[in-house]
Design a binder for this molecule. Structure first.
Ligand SMILES: [Zn+2]
Length: 194
């Protein structure tokens, strides 16, 4: 089952265009972005998890959050998200569907206060990918397939040097993508040692 992750990812080749849109995926525009600082090459890929309500995977809560249309009264948890302006470039659902919210050329607001190898403000130079999930539940095989295909497309388009979890750049504040994210499987599917 798991060996199918790498071969399937090879089969579904996708590409990022010059403006940073992934071809052939659903684009849902988020207003939560701005310009990257001048001369900020995209060198970092940040992997997250999110689900809204927490641990529920069927609804459109994440899409609503990223498009500022989440009803704060629709669920008790949503009250604390009122007025929050966040986004990610990509969201990979449990069924493997990839949705893009912000073109890669623009700065999405996914990392918050963050630092990687001494350089702060990771949003400036990263692409953010949210996996629909939580810290307590394994991700689906088809999510890994979609993530590997997306990673390869991003690596072809940008000089990505490092791939990290949100935890790695905001330790003490963030835990995602969490202990259920299988870095070994992901690295193996990418053909990376370790
Ligand atoms: Zn995160």
């Amino acid at each position: 089952m798991r060996s199918s992750v790498s071969s399937a990812a090879v089969a579904s080749k996708i590409a990022v265009d010059a403006e940073g849109y992934l071809r052939d995926v659903r684009f849902v525009p988020s207003p939560n972005f701005d310009e990257r600082p001048a001369e900020s090459a995209i060198t970092l890929l940040v992997i997250h998890n999110i689900s809204l309500p927490p641990d529920e995977f069927s609804g459109d809560g994440v899409i609503e959050l990223f498009t500022n249309t989440l009803d704060p009264e629709a669920h008790p948890y949503y009250r604390q998200l009122r007025g929050l302006k966040v986004s990610a470039h990509f969201f990979i659902r449990r069924d493997g569907e990839t949705i893009q919210f912000v073109p890669c050329k623009k700065r999405a607001w996914h990392a918050g206060e963050s630092c990687w190898q001494g350089r702060s403000r990771c949003n400036d130079y990263s692409v953010g990918v949210e996996l629909e999930g939580s810290d307590s539940m394994p991700f689906t095989d088809i999510q890994y397939v979609a993530l590997v295909a997306l990673t390869r497309a991003l690596q072809e388009a940008y000089p990505i040097r490092d791939i990290v979890g949100h935890f790695d750049i905001a330790a003490g504040r963030k835990t995602d993508p969490g202990p259920c994210f299988d870095w070994t499987l992901y690295h193996a599917a990418l053909g990376v040692d370790g």
